[in-house]
Ligand binder design. Structure first.
Ligand SMILES: Cc1cc2nc3c(=O)[nH]c(=O)nc-3n(C[C@H](O)[C@H](O)[C@H](O)COP(=O)(O)O)c2cc1C
Length: 357
């Protein structure tokens, strides 16, 4: 029996944050599973970086860059660590993490707890000195009540740029008051204009909410086109509460992730891909818990994908299942490389409309 199958009932019997801490401790000690799956068809080059496979770990799992070696052991092609804030902070009062096991979803209102930029930068630097060739993204945010969020982002970016493969500017966390407003056109334009002063060679990605309207997404695309942004990460958690959310969690504030987010985030990816004709690089995240889910995101337009909540319910075996499954999907479609599958749903849609016309 796989170790996770034995551990899962124990982890699920613990409060979610305790289970998460236990998992991180195991990974820090490199007691987690190892996956060495490799395949040429899954390798890609993007943002000037080489990715051994397109599956990454999403931000929020390892907020303080403390378990990076153990996470890479699991077989990820890249790991995004953070969100880090300039100063250490406690985050919101507990409980702030809730499982919806029936729907394989989670609601969290963590509020960026973490040890702050100094500790984070030191750990990331130590890791990169040992492993310069792996791909580590750093996700940056702002402290609660920050008087100058843009200055916070700039400081975090400058400090981490020498060590991060790419940096994600997180403007979509629903748990920090005022943060999502930075996605609105004028504020986003101002933020990115100022970021340009510190944006050297390290690629900058923007993480967006799945809850933006089509018009707001158009604004994001317009701004991103005018500014230097290497890609968008679609998406963060959602503040929506679909009917399936159990009554006791309906009023719970925070961001929804997992299965109940899946379609919303895929739809957002479709939308961004449609608006940009595939010119904008998209990292797809939201509810991926199987190879079918990952494939759907790639066909919708994502060049890379990430998981978080799926790992909680499926365990680490998910990484290998997705990677091996993607190779099978490519073979079944007669495609030789993962990049051929990016946006495939749009190409098929156009072909079928063409056939009808
Ligand atoms: C407990 C938890 C904490 C998270 N913390 C962060 C965070 O600090 N920064 C961030 O950009 N996203 C954070 N996220 C969002 C994830 O990175 C991801 O965008 C979202 O959960 C959708 O993916 P999933 O359905 O695979 O979980 C968090 C998600 C969860 C469940």
């Amino acid at each position: 029996m796989a170790v996770y199958t034995m551990l899962k009932p124990l982890l699920m019997s613990m409060p979610p944050e305790t289970a998460h801490r236990a998992t991180l401790n195991m990974l820090r000690l490199r007691l987690g599973p190892r996956c060495h799956f490799k395949h040429d068809a899954l390798k890609s080059d993007m943002f000037g970086l080489h990715f051994p496979n397109p599956l990454g770990l999403a931000a929020g799992f390892d907020k303080d860059a403390e378990a990076l070696s153990g996470l890479f052991d699991m077989g990820f092609g890249f790991v995004e660590t953070g969100t880090v804030t300039l100063h250490p902070q406690e985050g919101n009062p507990r409980p702030r993490l809730f499982r919806d096991q029936k729907n394989k979803s989670v609601i969290n209102c963590m509020g960026f707890p973490g040890r702050g930029l100094d500790a984070f930068a030191a750990r990331l630097a130590a890791f990169r000195r040992k492993k310069p060739s792996v791909r580590v993204g750093a996700n940056i945010g702002v402290n609660k009540g920050s008087e100058d969020p843009i200055a916070d982002y700039k400081t975090c970016f400058s400090r981490l740029a020498p060590w991060a493969s790419y940096i994600t500017v997180n403007v979509s966390c629903p748990n920090t008051q005022g943060l999502p407003d930075l996605q609105m056109r004028d504020d986003l334009n101002r933020l990115l204009t100022e970021m340009d002063e510190v944006h050297g060679k390290t690629p900058l990605l923007l993480k967006v909410s799945p809850d933006l309207t089509h018009e707001q997404r158009e604004d994001v695309v317009e701004v991103v086109r005018q500014q230097r942004v290497e890609g968008v990460l679609v998406s963060n958690t959602s503040h929506t509460r679909p009917d399936a959310v159990p009554e006791k969690l309906k009023e719970q504030r925070g961001g929804l992730s997992g299965q109940l987010l899946k379609d919303l985030s895929t739809q957002a990816i479709m939308d961004y891909y449609d608006m940009t004709g595939g010119d904008l690089k998209i990292v797809g995240v939201g509810g991926i818990a199987s190879v079918d889910d990952a494939w759907e995101k790639i066909c919708a337009g994502a060049s890379l994908v990430q998981v978080y909540t799926g790992l909680v319910y499926q365990g680490p075996r998910l990484v290998r299942d997705i990677l091996a499954g993607l190779v099978e999907k490519l073979e079944a479609e007669g495609l030789s490389h993962i990049s051929d599958a990016v946006g495939l749903a749009h190409k098929k849609d156009r072909a079928s409309k063409g056939a009808v016309a």
